[in-house]
Ligand binder design. Structure first.
Ligand code: PMP
Ligand code: GLN
Length: 383
């Protein structure tokens, strides 16, 4: 492994899912739904396969049907207008969108400001691009994780190239408020920064609303917005994601993407194009279902003795294990399958300042109700 990657080892998601398989524990670690997305969307994928749509290399930027559906979604939902031909790029999941954006936009030595704890691929991709990450730590305060805007301002230096934002935020479940986003936007404009914003949980907001960063004054031209069908349609295995941005930024990201995957899998793109046109009721039902599961898991974890940071969005709950007499989330998560048959993820892996994340553990609730009930009953035996 080269020097840039050596510090990262194996992702925590692979490690913890392997542990779940080995022990037969309930996997609330890696975030993936245990129920697949809508039947009609699966049928659309089968039809595309059968009709020979996308079985050979699709166009580099993505099939026109999907690019148009993405543009229509941004317009219909947020009033943001993007040209499907020049301002939308289909990627192999949000993961590739993140990698290609950072590889395209970051020069060796550039600083990238990212919210900590951060999704694990951010640090690795910043490193691959030769950049330096500058974490700004979200801190627990009165039951939620908050962004200190002064710390964010202080993190920006003349070497800062871009801010890598994520809201709704994995792993904390924080949804940045309109005022917080406006402050981030104002800072980006004032300091002439690009922003790459990971909005894959845009449809999973339970309290408040999702406001795209690109909708703030001065942001349309300097923002790369990332989303994915994995979260919104419960098809994490399809690996269909996309970005929306200005023509210059899309061209830059495409310049990197073409040498990573060249194109993303064809038939699934046609199916996701149909999915994005599902009626509003689909999106509301998805959110309401997950809100109920958030409440169920949060209550169950509190009952089992954890301190719970009730998430406003995403499908993760962050907890503090200190009320259980524990302080090392890593050790706790490695022992948990044997102790009570549940797998979770230690938040420390999402920190540069690992000690800051040490007592925090993340549980996913994108699971069937009875699975969540079973898991919380098992966790209750810890006390
Ligand atoms: N960003 C965040 C914040 C995520 O949580 C995930 C999925 N866990 C991704 C990106 C990756 O998305 P995809 O599966 O579409 O590559
Ligand atoms: N995004 C999911 C999570 O945070 C898993 C993604 C992955 O396995 N790379 O758990």
């Amino acid at each position: 492994l080269n020097r840039r990657l050596a510090e990262f080892g194996t992702t925590i998601f692979a490690e913890m899912s392997a542990l779940a398989q080995k022990t037969g524990a309930i996997n609330l670690g890696q975030g993936f739904p245990d129920t697949d997305g809508p039947e009609e969307v699966r049928e659309a994928a089968v039809r595309a396969l059968r009709d020979g749509r996308g079985n050979q290399y699709p166009p580099g930027p993505g099939v026109p049907e999907l690019r148009t559906a993405v543009a229509d979604h941004q317009l219909g939902r947020y009033g943001l207008s993007f040209d499907p031909d020049t301002e939308v790029l289909v990627t192999a999941g949000a993961t590739e969108a993140i990698a290609a954006s950072l590889l395209a936009l970051v020069e060796p030595g550039d600083e990238v400001v990212a919210l900590e704890p951060y999704y694990d691929s951010y640090a690795a991709c910043i490193a691959l691009a030769g950049g330096t990450r500058v974490p700004v730590t979200l801190r627990p305060h009165e039951g939620r994780y908050v962004l200190d805007l002064d710390e964010l301002r202080a993190a920006v230096t003349p070497r800062t190239r871009l801010i890598l934002l994520n809201s709704p935020h994995n792993p904390t479940g924080t949804v940045l408020s309109r005022a917080e986003l406006a402050a981030v936007a104002a800072l980006a404009v004032e300091r002439d920064l690009l922003v790459v914003t990971d909005e894959v949980y845009e449809h999973l907001v339970f309290d408040g609303e999702h406001v795209p960063l690109a909708s703030f004054p001065g942001m349309r031209e300097r923002t790369v917005t990332i989303s994915s069908a994995g979260k919104t349609f419960s098809f994490t295995g399809w690996k269909v994601g996309w970005i929306t941005a200005s023509p210059a930024l899309v061209a830059a990201v495409r310049g990197a993407k073409q040498f990573l995957t060249y194109v993303s899998a064809g038939p699934f793109q046609y199916a996701v194009a149909e999915a994005l046109r599902l009626p509003a009721a689909y999106f509301t039902a998805l959110r309401d279902d997950l809100r109920a599961k958030r409440d169920l898991l949060s209550a169950g974890l509190a009952d089992a003795g954890f301190e719970v940071y009730r998430p406003a969005g995403t499908y993760f709950v962050t907890t503090d294990i200190r009320p259980l007499g524990e302080s090392d989330g890593f050790a706790f998560c490695r022992a948990l399958p044997e102790r009570c048959g549940v797998v979770a993820v230690p938040n420390a892996v999402f920190y540069d300042h690992r000690e800051q994340g040490a007592p925090f553990v993340r549980f996913a609730f994108c699971k069937r109700t009875e699975v969540i009930q079973d898991a919380t009953a098992r966790l209750k035996t810890l006390a």
